[in-house]
Design a protein around this ligand. Structure first.
Ligand code: FAD
Ligand code: NAP
Length: 333
């Protein structure tokens, strides 16, 4: 028979938001259980240097996430290698089903499922996925030593991927639909100074072309957005880096969402439209989408969950009937 696990606080997701919620909920003695999902450590495990995590001038993304996991564990958070396949938020305790067959019940839920890579939706992109088409340079760049590569996109991810790929590729063409990058200025600067990178402005990817037997990429057909002119570029690898979409499939028909699936939270808090359900990180943030902001929201979600459970009389501890009130102590003097 399938096992059922009950927890006061179920944290779904193991990126910066989930692990930080794990640290705070553990220190509030809530004995949280965190389900890691298909990508333990989240999006930062797909990158290399992170240069904007406070306290580390430079840290490798996967190393940072190993440290966050260890921190949450050390504080007492139980970390489970499972994927939540269904979630019922219609009544408390909330119910979740794991891919492992385990069922989870929880008095409060913290959603920290983050975001996933977007694809262009071309049939040829789908055909060559895993055979020359990728959305993760860190994972697949190594396979393209001495080869020509194209990267599609104009944001931070595209520019970072293009720069990283110059470690392997003989040439990287950055295909962007405008002539202005969305990426931070410091990254733009590095891109423009890199002799191996050639930007191709005002172009979109029309088709990935390659061989069937064996399945492999030989190049791309690109279209000039103003003239419609089609050009073919030789490439063995195609990296799609056009952004990420919130991973809200589990809750889209149960919680209020907006802007293409981002979970709506009450301003200044992580409360969703269902009491006892909190959301943190990229799942709810269409503006900042950073590790540090996600971690900050993970902290808020754990404090909000603690206050919710205290108000429901389900945990004892500090008086949480008032707003959290850290400022109140300071002004009381
Ligand atoms: P994510 O990191 O997206 O984690 C989501 C978690 O949810 C994953 O663990 C996943 O397994 C889990 N999950 C999803 N669905 C389920 C489910 N059904 N059941 C259980 N678990 C589930 N930000 C910076 O600040 N600095 C950078 O240098 C930087 N570089 C980046 C480089 C790249 C290539 C990318 C893609 C992003 C980068 N970012 C960077 C952005 C940063 O990674 C994100 O803002 C941050 O990871 C979001 O954290 P999160 O906890 O909200 O979610
Ligand atoms: P993003 O900022 O949303 O940029 C997506 C890029 O892809 C844009 O340039 C966009 O073009 C282009 N694009 C989108 N759809 C397209 C389509 N269908 N066809 C062609 N081009 C398309 O996404 P991101 O770069 O993945 O970044 C996501 C978040 O993570 C951001 O908040 C970013 O700051 C953060 N991040 C931070 C770092 C860092 O701090 N070092 C690194 C990586 C990511 P337009 O510009 O024309 O819209």
């Amino acid at each position: 028979m399938a096992e059922t696990r009950h927890t006061r606080v179920l944290i779904i997701g193991s990126g910066p938001a989930g692990y930080t919620a794990g640290v705070y909920a553990s220190r509030a003695m809530l004995n949280p259980l965190l389900v890691q999902g298909i990508e333990p450590g989240g999006q930062l495990t797909t990158t290399t240097e992170v240069e904007n995590w406070p306290g580390d001038t430079e840290v490798q993304g996967p190393d940072l996430m190993v440290r966050m996991e260890a921190h949450a564990k050390a504080m007492g958070c139980e970390i489970v290698g499972d994927i939540i396949t269904a979630l019922d938020l219609s009544q408390r305790p909330f119910r979740a089903s794991g891919d492992s067959g385990t069922a989870y019940t929880a008095d409060a839920v913290i959603l920290a499922t983050g975001a996933r890579a977007k694809w262009l939706g071309l049939p040829s992109e789908e055909k060559f996925k895993g055979f020359g088409v990728s959305a993760c340079a860190t994972c697949d760049g190594f396979f393209y030593r001495g080869q020509e590569i194209v990267v599609v996109g104009g944001g931070n991810t595209a520019v970072e991927e293009a720069l990283f790929l110059t470690n392997f590729a003989s040439k990287v063409t950055l295909i962007h639909r405008r002539d202005e990058l969305r990426a931070e200025k410091i990254l733009q600067d590095r891109l423009m100074k890199n002799p191996k990178i050639e930007p191709l402005w005002f172009h979109t990817l029309e088709e990935v072309v390659g061989t069937d037997n064996p399945l492999g990429v030989e190049g791309v057909r690109v279209k000039h957005v103003k003239t419609g002119a089609i050009t073919e570029i030789a490439a063995k690898g195609v990296f799609i880096a056009i952004g990420h979409a919130p991973a809200s499939e589990l809750v889209r028909d149960q919680l209020e969402t907006h802007m293409g699936g981002y979970v709506v939270v009450r301003p200044g808090s992580t409360e969703t439209s269902v009491p006892g359900v909190f959301a943190a990180g990229d799942l709810t943030d269409h503006v900042y989408r950073q590790a540090v902001t996600s971690a900050g929201m993970g902290c808020m979600a754990a404090l909000d969950a603690e206050r919710f459970l205290a108000q429901a009389g389900e945990v004892s501890g500090r008086d949480m009937t008032e707003p959290l009130g850290y400022g109140a102590e300071a002004t009381a003097e």
